[in-house]
Design a protein. Sequence first.
Length: 422
Amino acid sequence: MRAWIYDALCAVILKGTYSNLYLKDHLDELPENQRPLATRIFYGTIQNWGLCDYVISKHTDRTPDPKIRILLAMTIYQIIFLKKIPDYAAVDAAVKLAHKRFGKASGYVNGVLRSVLCDKVKLPSDTLERLSVRYSIPLWLIRLWENHYGLEKAEQMAKTSNAVLPVYVRRNPRRIGEEEFFADPEIERMDADMGRFTGSSAARHPFYRQGRMSVQDPGSFEIVKFLDVQDGESVLDVCAAPGTKSMAIAERLDSGAVDASDVHEHRVELIKTDARRLHLKNVHASVRDARNLSDAGLYDRILCDVPCTGYGVLARKPDIKLKLKPETLDSLLPLQAEILEEAAAHLKPDGKLVYSTCTLDRKENEKQVEKFLDSHPDWQLEEEQTVFPDETRNGFYMARLSRREQSKAADDGMKQIVQPEE
């Protein structure tokens, strides 16, 4: 099992493979009874990579080979966090694996790990530096959160980035009623639509295969409810892939339709595949650049769930931690603004648009909306919410926008004045 975990971590850390996709493709290689522990060590090492690397740096004078660093990190994770695994057993397994893979370097591995066992982890005394090391969040991001949301929220966000979040499933009301859905022993009711899945694999559950349920974080579903789609309305989801929110909207429409688009063709295929699985014929998926919607019409509701830095979903997407760099902090701001500007041009006069992200950065959230409103005085902010991550869900931001009443009246007046030629 340790060799499998090591190979999996090498694929993610050295080759850039997405952790969730690696598990999807390779977890079946392990006996079923080993999969939960292997998954925990795999994800736990990625989530706590910064802390493990910090510990390594305190117990060796040289920079280890990247592959050896991974073996050290996954073992240190077990020593610090998995109390049911005896320290000597974790170290012994690592040394044996090092001997098979690296030969004489196993002595170096043994020496570093024995040193770790003899010396407890000492975190920095500075509050922000301690949060950074303890939760494997770069110091620049801790400082940004502290500046934007205060120290208490910064600590909460850092801590929950390492949480093992529950799996939640969303009921497809077109395919299954509440009573039957929540009668399943592997689904614990949250509300009429959402339940906590307690089984081993939601994707293998009959309800999933039959199109009766989907996996979705409760915070993500809050955005769907925030859009407040009414039956019979037309909806545009401009950055839709893989289609989770589009499906949730479409499932709740007896009439009306959802146009779900994405710039990447292979990701549009994900939308189409999920629509077929859920038996939804009111979802129309297409390849479309959200910065150029010239071929789109006008819609009652528009969802701009724009590309973002993803700081709110670190618990479910720990790979992001491995790629955090301060120079990329503001790189998506121009794209987000461009998408919002283009989408707004396709909203009906009395429609509503929701701008949303899965990040926690005021520049990408509140400031982006403020900038749009400053340049569009005929628009207004109806409501905005920040869903902070906790032990149960990811973090999100959402803002619902619409045109002001006088703008709507002006549009109606133009319609009366400018009549089509006979």
